[in-house]
Design a protein around this ligand. Structure first.
Ligand code: BTN
Length: 253
């Protein structure tokens, strides 16, 4: 079933929400709106995406009427250096909304994957544009299965809880959580979000992981975040690496 937009609007009064039955990617439309000076908090969502974008140029599987696919335009009084930490704030917001609506506890995998039992149920893509950050959030809500290429690493709230979940309630809760966590970042600063993230993520310290870097994979044990939110890794060869960007996964041995 398509999303019930009236229900969303009644739970998120005063917010501009643009919804499309089908779109290439909500990111493209949100960027267009941001260039036309739309208000901060404006949402562009869709019941289906034909070219959903993931991180690292990957595609985001966006099956019709099953998941929550939206982008939000954020104009926040924060420094450029806080943008990576904004991604953490959005991950925390997603985990909170999922917990409140579906009753499932999520883990956060640095920098921006939301996991349940080690499988990804949500992802976040942040892009910096003139005067705005455009943040795309995809949540696997009611999928009962996934394409072969992601079947072993993905899950949905329906699979995890054994029941259909309301995309409307989840979106409304998530928009509130985004406001709340953006506010923490803007008022209390990067350190406050880093604290929350470190408490919510099993990946930040003491996890043996492999990080896929452009120059090749590197394996070691995570050792906390620095003050900018970069991930410290104690490599197996004894050195220390500061991970600025890269895909993190559990090490195989
Ligand atoms: C990731 O790779 O983990 C990030 C996935 C982000 C997917 C969302 S779905 C809504 C928005 N529109 C897109 O095309 N991508 C983001």
């Amino acid at each position: 079933m398509p999303i019930d937009l009236e229900q969303v609007r009644s739970r998120a009064p005063g917010r501009d929400v643009f919804w499309h039955p089908v779109i290439d990617s909500t990111m493209n439309e949100a960027v267009r709106l941001s260039q036309r000076n739309c208000a901060s908090g404006t949402v562009v969502g869709a019941d289906e995406q034909t070219a959903g974008q993931g991180r690292w140029g990957r595609t985001w599987h966006s099956e019709k009427d099953s998941g929550l696919y939206f982008s939000v335009v954020l104009r926040l009084p924060i420094d450029m250096t806080a943008i990576p930490v904004l991604t953490f704030a959005l991950g925390l917001a997603a985990a909170s909304a999922i917990h409140d609506v579906a009753g499932v506890a999520c883990d956060l995998r640095w920098p921006n994957d939301v996991l349940i039992r080690e499988r990804k149920c949500a992802g976040i893509l942040t892009q910096l544009h003139p005067g705005a950050v455009v943040a795309g959030i995809g949540i696997n809500v009611n999928q009962s299965e996934f394409p072969t290429e992601v079947a072993s690493i993905a899950t949905s709230l329906r699979i995890e809880t054994g029941r259909l979940q309301s995309r409307e309630l989840l979106l409304a809760a998530l928009l509130e959580e985004i406001d709340h966590h953006s506010d923490i970042l803007a008022r209390r600063g990067v350190a406050a979000i880093l604290d929350l993230f470190q408490n919510a993520s099993s990946y930040v310290a003491g996890r043996r992981v492999t990080v896929d870097l452009p120059e090749g994979p590197v394996t070691g044990v995570t050792a906390g975040l620095n003050e900018a939110g970069f991930l410290r890794l104690r490599r197996d060869d004894g050195g220390e690496e500061m991970i600025v960007a890269g895909g993190v996964r559990p090490a195989e041995n």
